[in-house]
Design a protein around this ligand. Sequence first.
Ligand SMILES: *Cc1c(COP(=O)(O)O)cnc(C)c1O
Length: 230
Amino acid sequence: MISDNIRKVKEKIAQSCERAGRADNEVTLIAVSKTKPVALLKQAYDAGIRDFGENKVQELVDKLPQLPDDIRWHMIGHLQRNKVKYIIDKVWLIHSVDSLRLAQEISREAVKRQITANILVEVNIAEEGSKFGAAAQEAEELVEAISRLPGICVKGLMTVAPYVEDAEQNRGFFRNLKQLSVDIAEKNIDNISMNILSMGMTGDYGVAVEEGATYVRVGTGIFGERDYSV
Ligand SMILES: *Cc1c(COP(=O)(O)O)cnc(C)c1O
């Protein structure tokens, strides 16, 4: 069943790529496995998924040793500074950096371990009061400031768009995030790139791909509804 879901999601990504004149290998599907048991992650792995997204440090650290080590783990949730040390050398990419203070902590921990941490700057593109993320107007300054820190490398931008019934309602937000990444790329800031655009979830990943997403983060569409009551 999970393998059927993955096949359908990949088909939809391919269709959106075709509509937008993009190659479908430009888009990587991240299976968002938060709250789901390891057995289901294994099914997704067996169906070919190698990128998994988690939003809680403890859950990520618990699951990681129970699964094959060729998995690329993505930290997609709000990250507290005091927890950076638990995941810094375990994750492929941190999607949710939205302050200089968090970036400074990541930098410190990365330097200590002599690694480079790859990160995305999270932008609250719809300016929702309830969401994390830097304001669009602050993003360039934040990228620039992070670019001067050792041990940390900005690879692009990420956003969590509003929850909507009709994905078309988010098209403008995705377009704005893409434009913001183009604008920042044109500044030619040293030691950064804007190659990654992490946007689109179960309800709107098709539209996000049409607007330039390179990572889509799909949970419900692969694993089914999450049950937070247990
Ligand atoms: C939970 C989550 C997702 C996946 O949401 P679905 O609607 O289940 O696809 C994507 N991104 C982030 C940051 C999340 O927390």
